[in-house]
Design a protein around this ligand. Structure first.
Ligand SMILES: N[C@@H](CCC(=O)N[C@@H](CS)C(=O)NCC(=O)O)C(=O)O
Length: 219
């Protein structure tokens, strides 16, 4: 077994952590996984990154990378076997910014309307806002022949797919009834990919001294 020098604080169901794990797995970077429970964050994680969000990567040289997109880029800078970083950068950045901004905002209000008591939420408005973005993604995937920026997966697909998955699963019957066939096929493909199923392995909560399994490396 290769000695892993890097540590990742992660939470299995967090979409930000998912995209970081997928990039690390694709790059084949040896990383030891520390599964976090968000209401019981380990002191070592907070010492490394006091802002208290996952994912947090602590590199072997002591560098701390605590934004998911930075973790993705850090991983791909070491190895990028599918050329995820070579897809058009302007399109990639714009798609990710819209995902992390307006789409995430709509997702939160659609999935957790009770968490926004100060806002007069119009029923159905958040879902409609999200759907408009999904319709644009559907058009793009059709135009590109399979993925968001080109025919094969790249940084934008991996950064965005965990959020689309969460939106779809909020009411899967509704999602599947929408006329978004290219997006539905795209989502299904990512959900079934070896890359995704590999990084969704379940681990018990980490505590100091506990096992630190290696993140699976994509074949
Ligand atoms: N901008 C951050 C966002 C990460 C984030 O918000 N993660 C959530 C979980 S999905 C979190 O850790 N929230 C802190 C908490 O719930 O205590 C990134 O891209 O890494």
């Amino acid at each position: 077994m290769s000695a892993a020098t890097h540590t990742l604080y992660t939470f299995r169901r967090c979409p930000y952590a998912m995209r970081a794990r997928m990039a690390l797995s694709s790059a084949g970077v040896p990383v030891r996984v520390r599964e976090v429970v968000l209401r019981d964050k380990p002191e070592a994680m907070l010492a490394a990154s006091p802002k208290g969000t996952v994912p947090v990567l602590v590199a072997g040289n002591g560098d701390v990378v605590d934004e998911s997109l930075d973790v993705m880029r850090w991983a791909l800078a070491q190895a990028d076997p599918e050329g995820w970083l070579s897809a058009d950068a302007g399109t990639t950045d714009a798609l990710i910014a819209r995902n992390d901004g307006p789409f995430k905002r709509a997702l939160d209000r659609y999935k957790y309307p009770d968490r926004h008591p100060d806002e007069a939420l119009v029923p159905g408005a958040a879902r409609a806002e999200g759907r408009a973005i999904l319709a644009d993604l559907d058009d793009r995937i059709r135009a590109q022949g399979g993925q968001l920026v080109r025919s094969t997966r790249s940084l934008a697909d991996i950064a965005i797919f965990p959020f689309v998955r969460q939106f779809a699963h909020t009411d899967l019957d509704w999602f599947l009834a929408q006329d978004l066939p290219a997006l539905q096929t795209w989502l299904d493909g990512h959900k079934q990919s070896a890359l995704f199923t590999g990084i969704m392995a379940k681990y018990p909560q980490w505590a100091p001294g506990a096992d630190e399994p290696l993140l699976p490396v994509a074949a």
